[in-house]
Design a protein around this ligand. Structure first.
Ligand SMILES: [Zn+2]
Length: 55
């Protein structure tokens, strides 16, 4: 099981995600970024930061 806290990349955001694997996390984060952070496309540096904080 993998987990990621959005607040590790976006200070002040309290959403947390869990999934069976990294891809599941990234899928949820992409939807969250679009709906809650207004990012139609998640920039690659943000994707890299997310991956770095998945545990
Ligand atoms: Zn967030």
């Amino acid at each position: 099981m993998k987990s990621f806290a959005c607040g590790d990349v976006v200070p002040g955001c309290h959403r947390r995600f869990t999934a069976d694997d990294q891809e599941g996390i990234l899928w949820q984060v992409a939807a969250h970024a679009r709906e809650d952070h207004g990012l139609e496309v998640v920039p690659q540096p943000v994707v890299d930061a997310v991956i770095a904080h998945i545990r």
